[in-house]
Design a protein around this ligand. Sequence first.
Ligand code: FE
Length: 197
Amino acid sequence: MTRATDTRSSGEITGLLRDIFRRRGDESYLGEPVSMTEHMLQTAWIAEQAGEDRTVVVAALLHDIGHYTGEFGDDYIDIGVDNMHEVAGERFLGRWFPPEVTEPVRWHVDAKRYLCAVDPSYFSTLTEASVRTLELQGGPMDSEEVVRFSANPWLDSIVRVRRYDDGGKVPGRKTPDLEHYLEMVKEVLDEHLDAGD
Ligand code: FE
């Protein structure tokens, strides 16, 4: 669906996201010791503390939203299927959000494959679950893929969001609440939708 056919307001879209978090956010984050909401809030909090623009904080908050729009259940890792949640997330968010938000969402999985190829110390920082999904996602990039991936104009923010994602898996870490970040979501939407894309 494109913006032309989807005219929901920033308040309605923010409400939709709030509802998804409320209904699904307590689910575990695929093999990690945190819930989906904890993981997404921690990722946003790390981005915010790093001084990122609102768009990048919002990308960090919503990078895994595609897990909620997929058709596969939580056991997809066990049955060896990659659910392509980053593609689902980009499609969902792309109805309303600018590329500053959707590009880090779309490429956060490939950013792991990219970093494994270009940063020798990166692989050792991955959790066991993340190493497991790396295999399903195609393993480290080869040199041709690295060249292609590096051409993305949003490469830097894509890689930064990936690193925040990797850091957002700490049980019990305190963060601001969801409403704090939904306010930022609404601000980003108000700016973008007003700009008449
Ligand atoms: Fe994540």
